[in-house]
Design a protein around this ligand. Sequence first.
Ligand code: UT7
Length: 334
Amino acid sequence: MLKSRISGAGMFVPPKVVKNTDLEKLMETSDEWIQQRSGIQERRWAEPGMTTSGMGLEASKAALNDAGKKPDDIDAIIFATLSPDMNFPGSGVLLQKNLCPQKMVPALDVRNQCSGFLYSLSIADAWIRTGMYKCVLVVGSEIHSNGLDISTEGRDVSVLFGDGAGAVVVEPTSDVNAGFLAHNLHSEGEHAERLCILRPSSSDFPRLTKGDMKIDRTFFAQMDGKFVFKNAVTRMCEVIHEACKDAGVKPQDIDFVIAHQANMRINQMVLQQLEIPQDKTLNTIQKYGNTTAATIPIGITEAKRQGLLKKGQLVAMVGFGSGFTWGANLMRWS
Ligand code: UT7
C-alpha cells in the first residue's frame, strides 16, 4: 500500500497589517481585551483587487517551489475555503485557470470551515494511497475582512478573523515509516447555528428580494463564543486521543502539534489536557488572527521555515470549527 507525505508548503498573507489599536478606532474594543481573550495582536486584511483564489495562487506557487515541483506536475487540486470568490463555481477552478491552464486537472472545493484543510488532507492521502493521483495540491485560503461587521455590534466576531492563504503539496512516499498515519474526522450538525452566516439562503423563498439588500445581522457571521470554545477544547482533545489510538501511539509521544488558530487559550488548554509541553507547538494567531481553512497550512509553512519540523517526528494536526466539524491528522514527518 502506498503512503503519502507533505513534500512542500507555502503561504501568502496580504501586506496590510491591522493592529488591535486600529480596531479600537472602529468599534468599542481594546487591545487588552483582544489579547487577553484570544492572544491576537494583529491580523492581515486584503485590499481591493485581492481574491481568495488569487491568494491561494500565491501560496500554491510557494508550496510548489518548496516541493521542487512545477504547476504542470499537479494531478489534482483541493481548495478549502468558506469565502470563495463566487457563490459558485468554487475557487478551485479559478486556481486551476491561473496556475495550470494547459492541464485540466480536477479541482475539488471543500466547505468545512476551520477543519476544511484537515478534511482535504485526508482526501489527498486517500487519492494517493489508491494510486489515483501522484501529486495533489491542497490549499486553504480565506478573505474574511470585507465580510465582517466592524461596528461595536459585531466586535465579538470581527476582532478574531483575518485573511490569509496556505498550501501544501502531497506526494507518495516509499518510506513505510513516513507520512500520514491516521485521519479522524467528525461532524455534529446539531450545532450548525452556533457559528454560521445564515444568508443568502436557499431555504428562503425567494432567496433574495430587493428589500433584502438592507443588510441585517443574518448576513454576518454569528457565534456563540463560549459554547464554541468549550466544544473546541473537548473535541480537539478527544480526536487527538482517537487518532493516537488508531496509530498505536500516545498523545505524549507527539513531537509537534499544528493546531487550528481560533484562540490561543483553546490551544493552551488542549496541550495541557493532553500533557504535551507548550513548546511543542507554534501559534501564529498573534500575527494573523483566525484565517479559518488557512491556519493549518500557514502553521506548517512557518514551522517548516523555522526548522521546527524534523524528519521522523510524530506530528499532529488538529482543528475544530463551524458545523460543528473537527478532525485530526497524525503523520510521521519526512
Ligand atoms: O475557528 C472557529 C472556532 N472558533 C472558536 O473556537 C472561538 C471560540 N470562542 C472564543 O474564542 C471566545 O469565546 C471569544 C474570544 C469569542 C470571547 O471570549 P470570552 O472570554 O468567551 O468572552 P465573552 O463572550 O464572555 O465576553 C465577555 C464580555 C462581554 O461583555 P459583558 O456581557 O460581560 O458585559 C462582551 O460583550 O466581553 C464583551 N466583548 C468585548 N469587549 C471588548 C465581546 N467582544 C468584545 C470585544 N472587545 N471585541
